[in-house]
Structure formats: C-alpha cells, structure tokens
Ligand binder design. Structure first.
Ligand SMILES: C[S@@+](CC[C@H](N)C(=O)[O-])C[C@H]1O[C@@H](n2cnc3c(N)ncnc32)[C@H](O)[C@@H]1O
Length: 345
C-alpha cells in the first residue's frame, strides 16, 4: 500500500525542508530523563504496591532467566540504564552501547549513583559494534532494535559479537498490537538552544513510523506559546489531525521562529517478523516466548493483597521467569523473542 502523507507532514516537508536524521540524535539526545524519570530502582524507589514496578521486576527476571549461565552480557540501547543497570547484579560484567551522548551520560551517572561497578557504557551505534567476534555470552535489547536506522544490520552485528551457543533476548514495540491505520501525535522537548516540536506518525500494517522535529528558537515569546501548546495538548490530546490547534495552526502562527527541521523513518516489527529476521541472520531455536511480565499480570490481583515481603515477591517473579522461558507464546500476542547463535560455528 502506498504511504499516505498527512496535511501537517506535507506542510512540514514543503515549508521547513527537513534534513534526514536518526532516533538517537533527533529524539533521545533531546529527552530529559527516559521514562519520565520513573524507572524503578534507577530513578525511584521500588514499590511493589505499584503494579508497574511489579511487572518491571518481572521483565528484569525474564532477561536474567533467559541468559542463565552467562557471565558477560551486552545491552543494545539501554538509554538511562534499562535493563542494563537492573540486570548488572546477576552477571560478571555488563556492557551497554547507545549512540546518544545524553543517554550514555545519564546511564553512567545512574550506575555511579547506584554504586554499580561491573558496568561499561559506551557511545556507539549497534549498526557498527567495535567488539571482536564472539565477545559476549548473552545479548539483551529493550525497545531499541526498532529505533535503529537499519535493524537487519544490527541483528547481524548482535549475531557476530555473540559467542556460539549465546542467547539473545529481545523485547520490542510489537506492531501487531498497534492501533489500526495511521496514528499521529505531537510531543514537545526543550533545550537551552531550541524548542522542539515533534510529530510522530505510526502505521500498523506494514509497520513503520515517521518522526519529524521542527526546531524553534527559544525566545521568550515562542517559549510562552510553547507552554500554552503543552497545556493544550494536555487538555485536548496530541493528535494534530483531530485538533489542528496543536498542529498546522500552531506551526503556521509560529513559522517565523522555526530555525531547522529533521526527520527519520523506522521499520517496526511484529513477533513473527522479528522471529523470521533473526532466522534469516542465522540464529537457531528462535522462539516467541511468553514474557514473565505477561504471566505476572495474571497474578497481580492476588500479589497486591498477599502481604509478601519484597524479597518474597522477587522470588515469586524469579520462579515465574524460570517457567516462562520454556513457554512458547501464540504469535498474535506480541510477546518477545529469544534466539540462540548456533554452537557449532
Ligand atoms: C525507546 S529507547 C529504549 C531505552 C531502554 N532500553 C528502555 O527500555 O528504557 C531506545 C534507545 O535506543 C537507542 N538507539 C537508537 N539508535 C540506536 C543504535 N543505532 N544503536 C543502539 N541504540 C540505539 C536510543 O538512543 C535509546 O536510548
């Protein structure tokens, strides 16, 4: 199906002539803290009365269970440290690579704050890893493979740096779960130099995403207009087609303050296309397997009333993860994938 261009997109392309960019420099280098500074343990104290903290602990236990027996682990695109800093206590050494300097700095600062000493964080793209062949016992990735410009090249690199017999556990934003058709949203960022108007379009099938960044000069007048826009988005929602006040109307009114723009496109996956791509790269025993977090959802109503201590909750989740690693999931549920590099290479 031919790609459709929205009215707002056409305006941005014609009026601002965006340069091609990538997710690391256009988006992740501009974000304040990742996950709005709410990563449990890393940013805020872990609290098992909070449902999300319970599922996040399950996700950590899932990575750890899949990589059982590994000593050296690589995390592709950990951002501010997820899952890198949380899985670090379970392995001899963990390495995180991310091309965004801001994320690398944030991750290193978080490692220091938490007193984690077996972690190395490098500014590097997964498309050109500078590690030797067969360097790591295991590799993990959370919502990062699909943020790279060439995911196929990244998966080839993951294969190359994994030791024979090593495992790769990959979580990703699964587009079989995506709302049908095109979805659109605007979000805003601010740095000292510029105000960032971000426009994101996602398409369910085939699964793709286009991102635009329109930069405006951070002058008092425009800054005021930006704050008003932020309030408006909060009140009426971020969809600029439904609400032109947060779309075309805002950009046209503030056109004189626009200094620069950029864009990038992403290819997204479903569990099936991730599995097939990993097989194409050479991985074996590639399985769509239940995340421990999905199983944990069924337990939450009982756990929250259980009065278990934090240690007991963690033990329950570790047990759940040890079971989850064996459970294949139906392709339609959008569960993560696990793959093995053949041991006879
Ligand atoms: C959605 S965030 C996920 C961060 C973290 N794994 C998490 O789950 O919170 C995507 C991350 O992928 C990183 N990324 C983008 N392009 C990359 C590339 N070529 N190689 C490695 N990481 C990349 C981004 O900088 C960002 O930190």
């Amino acid at each position: 199906m031919a790609k459709k261009y929205t009215v707002l997109e056409t305006w941005i392309v014609n009026e601002t002539k965006p340069e091609e960019s990538n997710s690391a420099s256009q988006t992740y280098d501009r974000m304040g803290q990742q996950a709005a500074g709410k990563l449990p343990v890393i940013d805020v104290e872990q609290d098992f009365q909070d449902e999300k903290h319970f599922y996040d602990e399950a996700r950590i236990r899932d990575f750890v269970a899949h990589l059982a027996g590994a000593a050296t682990v690589l995390d592709i695109g950990p951002g501010d440290g997820w899952p890198l800093l949380r899985i670090a206590p379970f392995f001899k050494s963990v390495t995180g690579i991310d091309p965004s300097q801001k994320r690398v700095d944030g991750c290193q600062a978080n490692a220091e704050k938490l007193g984690i000493t077996n972690v190395t964080v490098k500014k590097l793209s997964a498309m050109e890893l500078d590690f030797k062949d067969n360097s790591f016992d295991g590799v993990v990735a959370a919502s990062s493979i699909e943020q790279c410009a060439d995911p196929f090249q990244v998966l080839r690199e993951v294969f190359r740096v994994l030791k024979p017999g090593g495992k790769f556990r990959v979580e990703f934003e699964c587009f079989s779960q995506q709302e049908k058709g095109v979805t659109e949203r605007v979000f805003l960022t601010e740095t000292e130099e510029s105000l960032g108007y971000h426009y994101v379009l996602q398409h369910h099938r085939p699964p793709w995403e286009r991102n635009y960044l329109v930069k405006l000069s951070n002058e008092p007048e425009t800054n005021k207009a930006f704050k008003k826009l932020a309030d408006l988005i909060e009140r009426i929602g971020p969809n600029p087609s439904l609400n032109p006040e947060v779309g075309l109307q805002f950009l046209e009114r503030n056109q004189a303050a626009i200094t620069k723009s950029s864009w990038y496109e992403l290819e997204h996956f479903t569990s099936v296309t991730m599995k097939e791509t990993l097989e194409e790269v050479g991985f074996v025993n590639v399985r769509i397997s239940f995340s421990a977090a999905t199983l944990a959802r069924t337990m939450w109503p009982r756990i929250k009333e259980s009065g278990l201590s934090d240690e007991q909750v963690k033990n329950v989740l570790q047990g759940l993860a040890d079971v989850a690693v064996r459970l294949d999931a139906p392709a339609s549920l959008g569960e993560p994938v696990v793959a093995v590099k053949p041991s006879n290479l």
